[in-house]
Write a protein of this length. Structure first.
Length: 388
C-alpha cells in the first residue's frame, strides 16, 4: 500500500533552509520541506510517533529541534537525530541516485524496519564513507547498481522506440519533427506532431506530452495517438541527458519556461500552429505523468486537461491547486505490479479532499509496462475532445 503522505495536499512549498544543528556522521543535512521518517523516540508518547512520516518545517536554533508537520496536520518538535530523511535514504540505499520508478522505494522508505533504528543503537547499520554498511559496502554498491540498471531497463522497455520497420510503416504512427528551444534554464529538445497545411498560426488544441523512464524520447503511445488526424498538435518535451527529471523542481521550471516560449512564439519558429485558448492538454506516462501533474499545479490556468497514464505524486506537489480543473483522468492497468494503482488512487482522493475531482480508468489485462498497448485510443480521444 502506498504511504499515506502521497494523498496529502497540505505541505507548503519549501525553501532550501538548512539546519545548523548537529548532524550524524556521514548524514546529509536536513532541510525545510524534506520528507522524514520519525525514529528512536523512547518515551511512551514518543514511541507512538516512531515510523510516522512528516516534513521538516522550521528549525528552532534555541531548542535545537525541527518542527515536523505530520500527515494529520499536527506538528512535533524533534531532534534531528530522531529524523531519517528521504534524502539520506536515497544516499544509503541507492547511492544518491533517484530510481527510475520511485513509488516502490517510497514504500521501502516508509515501512522498512531497518530505517527505524538510530545509528548509535546496538545492531544498527554503521555507514561506510560511501553511505553503505561497513566492509560490505563495495559489494552492496555493486548489487544496488545492478538493481538500478534493471529498473532503468524495465522503465525504458515500457515505452520503446519504434523499430525501423514501424517507422517505415505508413498510417500507424505520426511523423514528427525534433526541434531545440533555448530556455533561461538551458536548451531543451522537443518533438512536434501536427496536421499539414498552409494555414499556419491558426489556433489548434495542443497537447504537451512527456514520456516515462528517462523522459528523453517520444513514447510509442504519443505517436500512436495520431494527433494530426484529429486536428490537434502535440509537443513532446524531452529532457537533456544531464538535466534533472521533469518532476523535480528545476525540471518543472523548464517545462513552465517551455510553455511560456510556445505561447510567445509569434513567428512559428517553435510550432506550426498557435495554442487554442492558451491552454495545454497534458498527457504523461509514469515519470512523465508525475512531471505534468507537478506542472499543472504550477499553471492550473493553462491546464485544459490532465491525463496520467500511471504516475505518482511528486514531493511537495500542491494538489489543491487543481481543485477547479475539470478534466483530470488517471489510467492504470488492473494488473499493475508497481503500486501505481494505489498512487493514483491517493491522488484522486487528495483531489476530492481539496474540493476537486479526478476520474480513474482501469485498463483491463494491462500491467505497468504494457498499459499503453491495452488502452482504448478512441475512448482516450473522446475524453480529450470533451476537454477541448
Amino acid at each position: 500500500q502506498a504511504p499515506a503522505y502521497l494523498g496529502s495536499n497540505s505541505w507548503a512549498r519549501p525553501s532550501l533552509l538548512m539546519t545548523s544543528g548537529p548532524l550524524g556522521q556521514e548524514a546529509l543535512p536536513l532541510r525545510r520541506g524534506v520528507l522524514v521518517r520519525i525514529r528512536g523516540l523512547k518515551s511512551a508518547a514518543g514511541t507512538a510517533l516512531n515510523g510516522q512520516l512528516g516534513r521538516c518545517d522550521r528549525f528552532d536554533s534555541t531548542a535545537r529541534r525541527w518542527g515536523v508537520v505530520l500527515t494529520d496536520g499536527s506538528s512535533k518538535a524533534l531532534k534531528d537525530e530522531n529524523l531519517f530523511s528521504f534524502d539520506e535514504y536515497l544516499k544509503v540505499a541507492h547511492g544518491g541516485i533517484t530510481p527510475v520508478d520511485i513509488g516502490p522505494f517510497m514504500t521501502d522508505f516508509a515501512t522498512n524496519p531497518k530505517y527505524g533504528a538510530l545509528p548509535a543503537e546496538e545492531g544498527a547499520v554503521v555507514l561506510h564513507k560511501s553511505g553503505l554498511p561497513g566492509k560490505e559496502a563495495p559489494k552492496r554498491e555493486l548489487v544496488l547498481q545492478e538493481e538500478l540498471k534493471q529498473a532503468q531497463r524495465a522503465g525504458r522497455k515500457a515505452s520503446p522506440r519504434l523499430s525501423k520497420e514501424e517507422e517505415e510503416a505508413s498510417g500507424r504512427f505520426s511523423d514528427l519533427v525534433v526541434k531545440t528551444v533555448e530556455l533561461p534554464s538551458g536548451p531543451m529538445e522537443f518533438a512536434v506532431m501536427a496536421p499539414p497545411g498552409a494555414d499556419e498560426r491558426r489556433p489548434l488544441p495542443t497537447i504537451l506530452a512527456v514520456s516515462r523512464g528517462d523522459q528523453r524520447h517520444v513514447a510509442r503511445l504519443f505517436r500512436a495517438l495520431r494527433p494530426e488526424l484529429h486536428g490537434w498538435q502535440m509537443l513532446v518535451a524531452m529532457r537533456a541527458r544531464d538535466a534533472p527529471d521533469f518532476w523535480e523542481p528545476v525540471g518543472t521550471t523548464m517545462l513552465e519556461q517551455f510553455l511560456k516560449a510556445v505561447l510567445e512564439d509569434r513567428d512559428g519558429d517553435l510550432t506550426p500552429f498557435s495554442v487554442m485558448s492558451h491552454v495545454f492538454h497534458l498527457v504523461g506516462v509514469s515519470h512523465g505523468a508525475a512531471a505534468l501533474l507537478q506542472l499543472a499545479t504550477k499553471v492550473p490556468e493553462q491546464t485544459g486537461s490532465l491525463h496520467m497514464v500511471t504516475g505518482f505524486l511528486p514531493e511537495l506537489c500542491e494538489i489543491k491547486a487543481l481543485r477547479n480543473t475539470q478534466h483530470i483522468h488517471f489510467y492504470v492497468g488492473d494488473r499493475d505490479e508497481m503500486g501505481h494503482r494505489e498512487f493514483l488512487k491517493e491522488i484522486k482522493e487528495g483531489l476530492k479532499e481539496a474540493g476537486g475531482q479526478g476520474h480513474m480508468h482501469l485498463v483491463k489485462g494491462a500491467s505497468h509496462f504494457d498499459v499503453a498497448e491495452h488502452m482504448d485510443l478512441e475512448d482516450f480521444w473522446h475524453r480529450l475532445e470533451l476537454a477541448r
